[in-house]
Write a protein that binds this ligand. Structure first.
Ligand SMILES: [Zn+2]
Length: 302
């Protein structure tokens, strides 16, 4: 009997110790997001999060070709820099790379590592469209959504193994890459939660307005993206960024705050430059050219 009591007390003591430990741990592990001011659970130190971002960036881009279009590169640099400067982390080591690819894709990683694929510029159409994508992605970085997802996934899958988390461990690496939105490359695709998406939209709109871009273009961008997403081959970005009526309705509710910021910004760029990209080449067979008919010019068919 005595032994059982002792055992019972021991179990009770251990359970409560674990709960007290966890509560203390979770309280100290909370971070507040900027703009939306939400408490978030983050179990990964910022320095480690940034190091993972840099490693993931290198891995994701190691077989990709940078665009050699000097002008578009220049546009990406200026839009990215303008947004980074007005963001809540202007001191991060921001890097913006334009990747030559038909893919309609873009991503940003902890540590300020950003990549946009040339195919994405077609949906962006203009600088303000690009500012929509960049500010939304930058907002994911600043709200530390990657670190939150890494924390949740490592805990859920039991892959946290003490305090050691490493990109050298295959399971952990796949979870980290998936949590950072690079799952398509590594087998695990984690769509951002509706909450994360709404938050990135909300923060992104404010950043784009503070950077001098007309925030109304964000609505236009997401409407264009919805149409492309409905195509037979939806872009990779669609797997983590669903565009739907709820999202566009949400954006409209955040718009007034962003417009107020925009009105008070001295240097406005409006929509900025329009991208006049050459027509997209398709893999489909070109339709046969009409054969010349004597006496009729075929030029009108081209
Ligand atoms: Zn997103």
């Amino acid at each position: 009997m005595v032994e059982n009591h002792a055992k019972g007390f021991y179990n009770w003591y251990m359970q409560n110790t674990i709960i007290i430990f966890l509560v203390t741990f979770l309280l100290t592990a909370c971070a507040t997001t900027p703009v939306s001011e939400r408490q978030a659970l983050i179990l990964i130190p910022k320095s480690q999060e940034i190091a993972f971002g840099k490693q993931a960036y290198q891995q994701a881009l190691k077989d990709q070709k940078d665009s050699d279009d000097a002008h578009l590169n220049q546009v990406l640099q200026r839009v990215g820099r303008r947004i980074a400067e007005v963001s809540d982390m202007p001191k991060l080591d921001w890097e913006f790379r334009l990747i030559e690819s038909k893919e309609k894709n873009a991503f940003a990683l902890p540590g300020g590592k950003v990549a946009v694929y040339t195919g994405m510029l077609r949906i962006c159409e203009n600088e303000a469209g690009l500012a929509t994508v960049l500010s939304h992605e930058i907002a994911h970085v600043i709200a530390r959504h990657g670190a939150q997802r890494m924390s949740q996934q490592l805990l859920l899958t039991g892959a946290m193994m003490g305090a050691s988390i490493s990109m050298r461990n295959n399971t952990q690496r796949n979870i980290i890459m998936g949590a950072l939105g690079l799952g398509v490359l590594y087998g695990i695709t984690l769509p951002f939660s509706r909450g994360d998406e709404g938050e990135a939209d909300q923060i992104g709109l404010v950043y784009m307005a503070k950077a001098g871009y007309d925030p109304e273009e964000a609505i236009q961008f997401w409407q264009r993206f919805s149409i492309v997403k409905g195509d037979k081959n939806p872009p990779e970005w669609a797997s983590t960024h669903p565009a739907d009526k709820t999202r566009i309705a949400g954006l409209k509710t955040y718009l007034s705050r962003a417009k107020y910021k925009y009105q008070n910004i001295k240097l406005k760029h409006g929509l900025g430059e329009t991208f006049n990209l050459p027509a997209e080449k398709t893999d489909k067979k070109e339709p046969e050219k009409p054969k010349p008919v004597p006496g009729v010019s075929v030029e009108t068919f081209n």
